[in-house]
Ligand binder design. Sequence first.
Ligand code: PMP
Ligand code: GLN
Length: 380
Amino acid sequence: MQSKLPHIGTSIFTVMSQLAVQHKAINLGQGFPDFPMSAQLIECVHQAMKDGSNQYAHTYGVPLLRERLAEKIRYLYQTNIHPDTEITVTPGGTYAIFSAFSTIIQPGDEVIIFEPAYDSYIPNITFNGGIVVPIELEFPTYSIPWEKVKAAITPKTKAILVNTPHNPTGRVFTKEDILQLQDIVLQHHLYLISDEVYEHLIYDDKQHETVMKYPDLFARSFVCFSFGKTYHCTGWKLGYCVAPEALMKEYRKIHQFNAFSCDTPKQIGIANYMTHQEAYLNIGLMYQEKRDLLRDLLKDTPLVRIPSSGSYFESYRYDSISNESDKVFAEKLVKEYGIATIPMSAFYMNGTDHKVIRLCFAKKTETLEAAAACLQKLHA
Ligand code: PMP
Ligand code: GLN
């Protein structure tokens, strides 16, 4: 069979998690929490099932959930989003992003992304017939080189994808970033896909700059979210997309013949649980403490931190102790030191290797301590 994705292999997350299992290593590679989610939220889902809510949900998402999301967006970002026409619940954030690409890309369209990039974007664009135009973030600050973005625009440029807070670097958009982005998108009539799955995982008193706060920019945007990140249930694979009515109309044409609808009891459970605002308002602080604990535990190792202000990842340079490629180094960490991480080069199309590994700190204190004990064995 002729492959539609001839150059795509197995996701680095699968590779590293499998290696972790095989070598019984502590897994700070793939991003997921290892602590329990809210028992109350589980109970809400259980209740919905017992109440008989077990058939297909509305194709755009359970109406109460969309209303609660619109209320939340109004409360957090002072933006009015219409729950009937501008929100669609999806089976996860990845699907929300994939559907946005499918909605806008015509064969041969160019899409600008920033590297290091979350690993689904490139195959998503390619699969939809688009051409990926990667722009490297400046190392080691991982800031966006806006002049290079302007220079990369051609008559074929259709869209830009941004991700803030950023996976894998933890960089967070400034207001200046979003204004630059807005200028470019509006001037060249582009579309924007904004991956905001880590909207609440933001630290050091920074504010999340959502595209939804900028009406002119939002008019050309698909903004994607994941309940998995917010409620510590990545395995539930539930998310949503917010887009203006005209764009959402086309998006829904694709969604209705792909997933059609999402898990009903989970949507009802989340809708009922969403009145607990503290659940999402407090997670920034909770994760910041975890980030800081890991920082503290690693301070006497030869690893050099590249500061993260968001997401559940922080990256570390190891170039003072090894010249090995990051993939070889990460493999050695699993096999010889008992800890799985993610080599940063996996997030670059051409394998750019700055000798950096990504660590996930969404873990229990015991896990972070055990992971640090492995890394403390590294010597200069
Ligand atoms: N975007 C980024 C940057 C992510 O890290 C993730 C988490 N895997 C997603 C999207 C997708 O989220 P989900 O698990 O809901 O598909
Ligand atoms: N978002 C998670 C990460 O970046 C994992 C996602 C996945 O396994 N597909 O590690």
